[in-house]
Design a protein around this ligand. Structure first.
Ligand SMILES: [Zn+2]
Length: 71
């Protein structure tokens, strides 16, 4: 697996990142939000605050992770 840098995922790449299980699992394991690096994330690797700011289609992608369907 490629090592991800210590920065968060740029907002415009979130849709792509959510389609990559290796990236989602990386941030879940890290316990930090893939966008803002705040600690405490959901099953999609996104924190509560960023989660509430999301709009479709990313919002739907996050929901798929939360209910366990995946990318
Ligand atoms: Zn966040």
């Amino acid at each position: 697996m490629n090592r991800l840098n210590s920065e968060g995922i740029p907002r415009d790449q979130l849709g792509w990142a959510l389609s990559q299980p290796s990236i989602v699992n990386h941030y879940r394991k890290l316990g930090k939000c893939m966008l803002c690096l705040r600690p405490g994330v959901n099953e999609a690797g996104v924190c509560e605050i960023c989660n509430t700011l999301l709009e479709s289609p990313e919002r739907d992608q996050v929901q798929r992770w939360i209910i366990g369907i995946g990318p």
